[in-house]
Structure formats: C-alpha cells, structure tokens
Design a protein around this ligand. Sequence first.
Ligand code: LAN
Length: 669
Amino acid sequence: MKAVNPATAMPKSIGVELGWCERAVARGLANLSSRQEADGAWRGDYGGPMFLLPMYVAACHIGGRPIEPRRRYGMIAYLSENQQVDGSFGLHVEDSGCLFTTVLCYVALRLLGLMAADERATKARAFIHAHGTALACASWGKFTLALLNLYEYEGLHPVLPELWLLPTSLPIHPSRLWCHCRQVYLPMAHLYGSRARMPANELTHALRRELYDRPYDSIRFADHRNTIAPGDVYVPTSTALKAVSFVTGLYERVHARALRARSLARLLDHIEFEDRATQFIRIGPVNAVLNTLVHYFRSPLSEATKRSFAALEGYLWDGHDGTKMNGYNSTALWDTAFATQAMLDTPLGASHRETLQRAHAFVVDNQVLEDLPDCQRYYRHPCRGGWPFSDRAHGWPITDCTAEGLTAALMLEDAGLPGLPEERIFAAVKLLLGWQNRDGGWATYERQRAGRWLESLNPAHVFGDIMVDHSYPECTAACLHSLALCRRRFAACPDRKVVDLVRRRAGTAIRRGERFLRKCQRSDGSWEGSWGVCFTYGTWFGVRGLRATGADDSDPALRRACGFLYAHQNADGGWGESGASCRQRRYIASPSHAVNTAWALLTLVTAGQTRDPRCARAARFLVTAQLEDGDWPRQSLSGVFNKTALINYENYRRTFPIWALARFAAAAA
Ligand code: LAN
C-alpha cells in the first residue's frame, strides 16, 4: 500500500492541516470498521513469544494428535520465517540468541517433520551446540524437554506439589503468586510430582543425539540443574532461590508417597476448577498446554483430555508470517473497548452507527455476570461485574479490562445506545473498588497478595516480575478513568446507596489512586509501562489517569510528563521507542513508530498542549504515515509482558493513530 506523499499533500497552515487530520480519521475509521467481525468484536494477531507454538506442538506429539498438513506447513513457515541469521530463535520474534526458544523451536520443527539435515535445522543445531546444548536452556525449556523424554527429571529443580498443602497464611504459599505464574506452576507441580513423560520412540532417540554433545545415557543430569546459557538469563538465580532449591532437593529425596498422592489430588482439584471456570480455555496458553498434558497422562481417552485438546485450537492463529499460537485465546474485549473509545471520541464516529451497535452488543454480552461457586477455595477473586481481556467464556476478569469495558459501555450510552442496567454498572464499580491495593493502585487480576521480596525466588530465568501481582500505573489509570466516568454518570442521582458507592467510596478510591499514580511518576516526568512499549505507553496512562482525577493543564506532573515526551520527539515529528526499553527500563529511541507517536500525541493533547507546534508535527507524522486504505503499516511490536517478551497488538496501529488524530483535530478546532 502506497503512503500519501506529505511534501506536496500537507499544507502548513493549521486550518488546512485539520482538514487533513479529519480526512485521515475518516479513512482510518472506514478501515477500522471494515475489520470488525460479525459478533461486533475486533480481534488481532497476538503472536510474538517464540516459546508458545513449540509447547503446542510438543503437546500434540505427546498426546498422539497428528497436526493436519495445512496447519503443519503453516507452522513450519512461521518458525522458518522467524529464525534469525545466526540460526537461533529469540524469546520473541524480534529477538535473537535465546537458547531456551532455540531448543524448543528446533524440537518443534523436527516434530513437525523437518529433517535433521535441513539447513534450518543444521543452523539451529550449530547455535545450540555453541551455547551449551540443551543442558543450558532456561528452566521452562528443560521442563518441556522432560515431558518429551528428552531431558531427565533429576536435572530439574523440584516443583513440589506439597507446597499446595501448606497453610495459606504462609508467605510462600502458591495462592500468593501472580495468577499466571501460579497457574503455570500448578500443572507443572502435577507433572513433576508424577514424573510424567512420553515413552521414547525413534524420533526421541534421534533428538537425544541432536540436542547434546555426548551420549544421552552418559549425561549426569542432576549436575545440570543450574547450568544456564548467559543469553537466557534476565533474572539470575538468587542466593535465596539457591537455598530454597537445596532444601526442596533434599525433601524430594525423602518425600512420603502418601503425602505426594494427597498433594497430587489437591492439584488435580485445582486444575479441574480451572477447566470449569474457563470452559477449558484456561487463563493463558502455557497452562492451557500443561493442564491438557496433566489430563492426557492421567487418562488419555477421557472427556477432559478431548476437550482440552479441542480448546487448544482456539489459541492458533494464521498470521502474516504463518501459523502461531497466540498469547491469549483472543484480544477481543481489549481491542473492542479501545476501538469503540476511539470511534466515539470523534463526531465522525457517528457515521459508523452499525459498527457501534455491533460493538455495543459485544461489550454488553461479555461482562461476567456471576461469581464462580467456591471461588475462594480456589484462591480466585470474585468475578461478577468484570470484563476479561478476551471474552466472557475465558472467565478471568482483569482490572483494566473491566475499566475499559465499563468506559466503552458508558461512552456508548452517552452516544445514544442502550445503557448497561444500573445493577451491572454497580457490580463493575464494586469489583473495581474491591480490587484496589493498599498502596492505592491496581494490579492485574487480583489484589497484591505477597511482598515484592518474593520476586527474589523467580525461577524462570527469562522473565522478570512474574511472582507477585502488584500495582501498575496502567491498570491504576484505567480504573481511575472509568470510576471518574461513573461518578459523572451518577452525579445527579439522589439515591442514598448510589451516593455511598459511586460518590463516597469511589471518590475515596480515586484520591488514593491519584496518590499512587503521582508517586510512581519518574523524576524525568515519565511513567514506566509494563504491558506496552514502554515509557510512551506508561506516560499516556499516567496522564490520562491524573486528568481523570481532576488534574488541570498547569499541574506540574502533567507538565513534566510533556517535557519528557518533547525531549524524545524525533526530527520527523514522531516518537519511536525500542522494545529494549522494557528490558533495560530506560527510554531507548528508535525510528518513529505510528503507535508510540499516537500515544505521545494523545498524552500531549490530554495534557492541554494541542496548540504547541510540536503536536501539529506529531499529527503530520501520523497523517503522512497512513496508507491509502486508511490503515497504518505494520512496524515493530508494541506490547510486552514480564519485561522481556514482546507481543503483537495488531489493532493498535489502526486504533491509536485515529484516536490521537481525532482528539488533536477536535481540540485544535
Ligand atoms: C496479558 C494480556 C493482557 C494484559 C493487559 C490487560 C493488556 C494488561 O493491561 C495487564 C496484563 C495482561 C492481562 C497480560 C499479562 C501477561 C499475559 C497474560 C498477557 C501479556 C498475555 C500473555 C501473558 C502471559 C503471562 C503469557 C504466558 C507466559 C508466562 C510468563 C506465564
């Protein structure tokens, strides 16, 4: 698609420029509208991490589920497309040199039918051998290999099932872990405790020869529990973790069988709860694969095994670079909430009435309306009134998804579409209030349940910040924004109960949240994002959140945020932030990117800077970068998790630029 030529097409005066912005918005909206799906949602490619597809392929291989040829070719294409020149595979598609993912992708390619002599395989193998062989890959890689009978369990630090029998009051009880971490280590503990592994076959023996530099039977795996390639270490093993591993290692040698059996039964109960609570989708792709294998090893022909394998299909995605496993079952609610807000922030959105009606139906239909029976027993926070990231069936509401879902619903009501029944608004508000942490902020799925010190026991090497769910500026800002909107919605309501909930309690929550947001602004004026790249993302949320709490244009925090952004504007008027910013936790510039620019422009306009010529330059960059069909070109990945893993938000590049241009045009008019 050809880009519009800016030099001739963009007159300099602000008035004509506004016309250009509006035309760009109109074209962008038409494009966005055309990409809406029949059920009213937007969904997009959610690939990026390179450890997911291999885990899916491993599960199919172990479970004896051949992958149909068309799919298989798509997967081989995906892995080939994302192999780096040095033969390695990165932790994510834009990265290279990670042994963990190189070993897993290599094994996946071989399981998918690639010959060992194929050039792609030879190159990957050369990388593996030059970096310490499969003995040196990060712990989740070794674990997957153990399931495939390509690594011995003695070479793993114990993942003790018995931990789940400890009193929940203990600070190291698994119920205190971030739910994603907890839900991964839950099936891992079951598989570890039962030493699950597939029987060896001819391919197993071939792979054992290919992955190591000496005969498999001569390897003393127990000596390699701590062997790790430097390229796989983002979080080094702490002394505390070494001590814990030493103790659990001793315990494992003497553990009592009866207690093990009881622990496994407890784990299974939790796993089966997760099956029911998520209709077998599971919270994410990793526990989806591992829970499937727990069922398979226990009972290969059971209904649970069948349903589990069937549900895994929902994670597969045919993308521009082949067939992958997505990072979630979909991005539907999240993408739809933002697309809706972008459309409603411009008068031009009104011409897409049917699109808005369909989006409305999706948002309304995907609020969770019931709590799970026995949720406390399974360490689950209440769900009623919340919205998940994907859809209601997924069953795990999230703080900021609830906030964005509620915001979208309230804005749709403002635009004349039917409002949510008040009871449902109150349920969402109550849930949001119950989620607030003691520090005034909001975490992702649950309230903070353990001290940040627990992070020192992170055993995953390749990811940071996985142990504890704690307050994030993004989640906090989203919650503040929606609570403030609710207060406006009920400003004139005389009902005592409503006044108590929406005005008094929400008012207090907003003040506490504001304090948290102010506290986590960095001295350079930015906020560090954790779920998008990175400071431009965090700063947009920081400013949007403070604005919602009533901060005005002259607020020093907003001015410092703008100062930060101006300091990093590129000469072409845009912003570009490298994904490395997340890993290194400092702003690392790169060529201008439509999504970073949109976040920066949204921030500046929200902070009252519209008249500053630097905003017009940003708008011009966005208009110029737009393609003829109203889309923006695909650039580097904009999402991230756990500091190191970049992930693709396919719809960001079409939602945020429209939103930013629309806001800019409206504020400048
Ligand atoms: C997600 C996806 C959604 C995302 C947002 C709602 C956008 C964010 O604002 C809060 C965090 C959250 C919920 C999030 C957290 C980490 C997830 C679940 C993911 C990025 C999708 C995949 C990732 C998950 C951890 C991947 C599996 C890997 C592990 C280390 C367990």
